[in-house]
Design a protein around this ligand. Structure first.
Ligand code: AMP
Length: 414
């Protein structure tokens, strides 16, 4: 399958070629023809599958084939995204894929002054990408009017609901014309999300790609049993290895993200922290530093990391396991296996996180490789050794014999 087979027009094919894409990804292959035919669509796909281009490309094509007059404050296409970062990336994708076409687009999100955003909208845009809160604000102030909307995209709906945007999203949708084409994307489709989809879509086509296991399989996963007090020492040991070039570290709280970044920086490892207490300016600067390679490490909380699109993350480290929301494990490690690339994920597991680890393993339907002590320097070896939990009785013999393996690594037996 090629992009040409998908009946995309020349300016889009040129932009795709400029990006160096050789073939459509599965979600693009499945979704683009339906969207071009004007159908409503439910896409079940995670970040990293190429889902953004799957809706940006056909929407640009449809808009260019039925050019409409630009009406001040009244976009033709609205894309709703849960986070500022994701919204900015979608807006960038419109610029990238539409680089050989004439159309106007802009992005609005909270946390920054609305002045420039209002100015951009008031001159008129074809495409508006927005986070729900800021969009509602601007609608209430009559800076945005959605009466002429033709195309609606809801991206990462599961995240949007996790973040408490359901009421805002419903308020926005209540203001839209009923005659429109709608695209609904979510990584998961539990009942409350499919109920919402039913109320928004008209005879939708459903496409589903990259079940979570696909991403999971591409990532080499290892767990280290540690004592909570030694996590930072072990992290420093891991980071001594030069192949950990571009590392995304997850912590449970904002405070822990700050502390980890601070500890790394004092040890001479350039690290940025990104979380909800940072201003938009700080987040953008941190992201730029990380993307450019200026900072080798980014420490993030789950919410801050959502939607961040960085292609070359070599390693993900779960400094803390996602004990409260187990499926975040899959989202986290998926950061290092973007668009088919391979990656490695380490998890530091303290005693209070053992249950979470078991739940994660049952979610991903595999056992995660346990990293043996021989990996570490003396200091960290002691730290890990002190923390190693005696295995359950029936497994003792198994574990003892495993530690004699010449590879220095072993798998936990269940
Ligand atoms: P997304 O799932 O939209 O966040 O996309 C993940 C990454 O895949 C982005 O960095 C895109 O640039 C990249 N990508 C999108 N489509 C393709 C394609 N057909 N071939 C290779 N990479 C792609």
């Amino acid at each position: 399958m090629t992009f040409k087979n998908l009946k995309l027009i020349e300016p889009l094919l040129d932009a795709i070629a400029k990006q160096g894409y050789t073939a459509p990804t599965p979600i693009q292959e499945q979704a683009i023809p339906h969207i071009l035919q004007g159908k409503d669509l439910i896409g079940i796909a995670q970040t990293g599958t190429g889902k953004t281009a799957a809706f940006v490309l056909p929407l640009l094509q449809i808009m260019s084939q039925s050019p409409g007059r630009i009406i001040p404050r009244s976009p033709r296409t609205l894309v709703l995204a849960p986070t500022r970062e994701l919204a900015a990336q979608i807006d960038e994708s419109f610029a990238t894929y539409g680089s050989f076409m004439r159309f106007r687009h802009t992005v609005i999100f909270g946390g920054v002054s609305q002045v420039a955003q209002v100015r951009a909208i008031s001159t008129g845009v074809d495409v508006l990408v927005a986070t729900p809160g800021r969009l509602l604000d601007l609608m209430n102030q009559r800076h945005v009017n959605l009466n002429h909307l033709e195309f609606l995209v809801l991206d990462e709906v599961d995240r949007m609901l996790d973040m408490g945007f359901l009421v805002d999203v419903k308020r926005i949708i209540a203001k839209l014309p009923t005659h429109r084409q709608s695209i609904f994307l979510s990584a998961t489709m539990p009942p409350r999300i499919s109920e919402l989809a039913k109320t928004l879509l008209y005879h939708p086509v459903r496409v589903e790609v990259a079940p979570q296991a696909t991403t999971v399989k591409l990532v080499q996963q290892k767990v280290l049993f540690v004592d909570e007090r030694n996590k930072i020492a072990i992290l420093l040991e891991l980071l001594k290895h030069r192949d950990l070039k571009c590392v995304l570290i997850f912590t449970r709280t904002k405070r822990r993200a700050n502390n980890v970044a601070k500890s790394l920086t004092t040890q001479g490892i350039r690290a940025e922290a990104i979380h909800g207490n940072k201003s938009q300016g700080q987040r953008t600067r941190a992201l730029d530093n990380f993307k450019s390679g200026h900072a080798r490490v980014m420490v993030a909380t789950d919410i801050a990391a959502r939607g961040i699109d960085i292609d070359d993350i070599s390693h993900v480290i779960n400094y803390d396991l996602p004990v409260d929301q187990i499926d975040n494990y899959v989202h986290r490690i998926g950061r290092t296996a973007r668009a088919g690339a391979k990656g490695t994920a380490y998890s530091l597991c303290a005693s209070y996180e053992r249950n979470a680890l078991r739940e994660i393993e049952s979610l991903i339907k595999m056992n995660i490789e346990v990293m043996s002590h021989s990996f570490h320097s003396n200091m960290a070896r002691d730290a890990v050794g002190a923390a190693a939990r005696p295995p359950p009785k029936q497994q003792r013999g198994q574990r003892r014999s495993n530690t004699n393996r010449p590879t220095g690594r072993h798998y936990r037996s269940r």
